[in-house]
Design a protein around this ligand. Sequence first.
Ligand code: HEM
Length: 146
Amino acid sequence: MQIFMRYVHIVSAVSAVGGLVFLSVCLSPATRLLDDGFSDTWMKMIRHRFHRVVWISIGGLIVSGIYNWAMLAGVYKAMGPVGGAIIGTKVLLAMILFTVVWLGSSGILKPKAAQMINLHLAAVIILLASVLRYYRLEHLQSLIGG
Ligand code: HEM
């Protein structure tokens, strides 16, 4: 089950963040070559379909993330303030990212602005996940005297 949930977490993050990078770095700039009338419809259709992928990925991230957190809560506690601070900040930023997705898809925030904010948030969240994993494994290694 732990392997499956880790798999779901990684696949969801890869699908949503990979799609976001492709959309922002490749597709949006290339769309400027198209006629104004056509490019608006084109981007609207792509964003509409991409949002479906994003909402499914968010579901996967929340379910697997809460499961992973519950499984690792004991280790984070044993790590002291560092464990709590990193997982707390990661989850807080994830909540902000989900809110920005909602603001973008409901038209409250411009889609391009939402895209750019989330690109940066995702980069920080993935960095925090890497740092957390490093300290968690280092802590476990110190317990077994490695
Ligand atoms: C409700 C939201 C979320 C929760 C509760 C959550 C929780 C977790 C937990 C507990 C871990 C394990 C860290 C460790 O190895 O000690 C993790 C790993 C990870 N998370 Fe999340 N996460 C959430 C959202 C996100 C989002 C939005 C992203 C991407 C933008 C993300 C990307 C990752 C990545 C790449 C890993 C490393 C996977 C691995 O090495 O197993 N997470 N997350």
